[in-house]
Ligand binder design. Structure first.
Ligand code: 5RP
Length: 218
């Protein structure tokens, strides 16, 4: 089974979590794209979806799924999104696709966050995948120096601008033993918009595509 087939299996398994009626949140990336394509087959079940990125909004629209502004939607029953790394405690690194800020907002607005991924994303300790940090452009150097002081090696994502008009620093060299503490510490740096640690509000359910079917945590 390829990695993409495992992503697709996890995405299809998440359909079981989709409520009858209401609006759900939808994430960004190749696994989330599989979920959108699968959601299209049951699109009559929901009233619409809040998108975590422009790309996701476009894909939802292409499938005829109404895209709803979060401010109009209120609380969401469900958010489904992928991850770059995940622990068994369901702390995540996200933002490989650069959509971390809107993803964190939609996750915060949702009662249940179902994370879908291939089993290769499961790690013992977060940090092998460079941690994305969205930064206001004029604060790029200031934030980079603060991250170096914390022991990280920030690298500006070349030629990339987020949907919010900001830049991303990908932070290498971190061994994240206390993801909640680091998430809060990074949030304190002036100029940081969001960091890609989803630990204070991690996933409620992790669906991992494996060669032997979909593994659910917890
Ligand atoms: C985008 C994300 C994605 O969920 C993450 O990068 C995983 O991507 P993929 O499903 O393509 O492996 O956080 O900002």
């Amino acid at each position: 089974m390829t990695q993409d087939e495992m992503k697709k299996a996890a995405a299809v398994a998440a359909l079981e979590c989709v409520p009858h009626g209401g609006i759900i949140g939808v994430g960004t990336g190749s696994t989330a794209n599989h979920f959108i394509d699968a959601l299209a087959t049951i699109k009559g079940r929901i009233d619409g979806a809040v998108a975590s990125s422009v790309a996701t909004a476009e894909r939802l629209t292409k499938h005829g799924i109404p895209v709803v502004d979060l401010n109009e939607a209120g609380d969401l029953a469900l958010y489904v999104d992928g991850a770059d790394e995940a622990t068994v405690h369901r702390a995540l690194i996200k933002g490989g696709g650069g959509a971390l800020t809107r993803e964190k907002i939609v996750a915060a607005a949702s009662r249940t966050f179902v994370c879908i991924a291939d089993e290769g994303k499961l790690v013992d300790v977060l940090g092998r995948f460079p941690l994305p940090v969205e930064v206001i452009p004029m604060a790029r150097s200031l934030v980079a120096r603060a991250i170096v002081a914390l022991g990280g090696e920030p690298v500006l994502r070349p030629g990339f601008q987020t949907d919010n008009g900001n830049v991303i620093l990908d932070v290498h060299g971190l061994k994240i033993l206390d993801p909640v503490a680091l998430e809060e510490r990074l949030n304190q740096i002036t100029g940081v918009v969001t960091n890609g640690l989803f630990a204070r509000r991690g996933a409620d359910v992790l669906l991992l595509g494996t060669a032997h079917g979909v593994r659910r945590l917890p």
